[in-house]
Design a protein around this ligand. Sequence first.
Ligand code: ATP
Ligand code: MG
Length: 469
Amino acid sequence: MEITSSPLPRPMIGTQTPPTAIEFPESLQCLFQPKRFKILWGGRGAGRSWGVARALLLKGLQQPLRVLCVREFQNSIGESVHKVLSDQIEALSLSEYYRIEKAKIYGPNGTEFSFEGIKNNTTRIKSYEGIDICWVEEAVKVSKSSWEILIPTIRRENSEIWMTFNPELETDYTYRRFVLQADDSCIVRKMTFEDNPWFPEVLRQEMLRDKERDYDSYLNVWLGHCKVALQGAVYGRELRRAMEENRICKVPYEQSVPVDVFFDLGRADNTAMWFAQRVGMERRLLKYHEANGTSIPIDDLTGGINYFIRYMQGTGYIIGTVFLPHDAKAKRLGSKRSIEEIFRQGGFRVQIVPRLSVTDGINAARIIFPTCWFDEEGCEDGINALRHYRYKVMESIDDNSPKQLSNDPVHDWASDGADAFRYFAVGSKMPRQSADGVLNRLARAADALRGKDVEFSRRGGNNNLGWMG
Ligand SMILES: Nc1ncnc2c1ncn2[C@@H]1O[C@H](COP(=O)(O)OP(=O)(O)OP(=O)(O)O)[C@@H](O)[C@H]1O
Ligand SMILES: [Mg+2]
């Protein structure tokens, strides 16, 4: 089957015509016009992945093209679009022009495809140069901080960023920025299976089944409507109230009040931190930051913790207390000091948040939620994590019974920020240990610099000065 209604640029390989007539859905014609951002979003089975892969392979034959294929998280090459591209090379009989290697694909005249996860690899992403096209798959998962790293990296003259995704919530950053607030730099195409002339029968059957059984899910998965609410959202109600009461807004930093930092420590996962101030009855969440535990290992005394210390210092806030989860007390294998000790020796006042069950932690978070004000810009990625933090949905016994929610939240990318928020809720209720004096802290920092082992006395102890709660 060949679409003849819309003539496409015919690729030339030297003097040869392409081995196969290559076809595209109408909505993908835009891939052949210049534009900085191309946003292809909508329901499943619309032909986006195949279309983008084919367009890139064709362009890579016509001219040397450096393509960077990214997604927010990529733990292995198997999670990337490497497979889609390889399959298309075969389907289009382009094997004699493309060399498929484990981590890269090479084309004629210097065309090259690379594959990366953004979140795990910010330093590597920044080091890419001369990229012509960046394909962001599952772009709806890309966080604001990842976009801030990616976009300036794709800086070659006339370079383009192509994104493909199925939408989730209307509040997701990618959706807001590139669909709701799309400007002249964007071509936006919503696509569903109805735009795909080759929509396969097996997917059609699946689609009809979903339509019959679960209409809301059909609207989201197949027609590309945003979900009204995430099923099992742990803080759905609290966040809705925060929105209604305009507590997600521009929150000013009160210079006379120290800012406390609440950590969730990630080794394999991310380390997440919330920065919060208490001003009157308000808990002001000013900033949220997370960094990957693999590229910035928290246990690595020089690279890891220093990174977080530098980040805290870089905010320009007066830092009050650093709140750490109980596992910060543990000494890691091969390490003389615990994370708690390292922070203390760095001159920080530290409190360990008591260990509570996840359920108790969530309850604590629900209790303090109405007093929380979130800076919409500084906390964008943290709020997003809270929005996506959800209970596991258990399989229903049959199609007619309602779905049950488990008491366990799903452990995924959203849980690091949500865990740190639980520590914030519990920590912010804790009686405050007394300030042990700037001089004392400076002396400890000086000792640390000399490499002395420091004995910590908890002078002052708990004196219930609790500024929070
Ligand atoms: N250009 C094409 N020629 C022939 N078949 C195609 C073409 N594009 C898509 N298809 C068929 O449609 C199916 C769905 O396409 P594709 O996987 O690209 O959709 P998608 O929009 O990326 O969907 P998803 O949201 O599930 O990732 C493919 O598996 C393939 O069978
Ligand atoms: Mg796809």
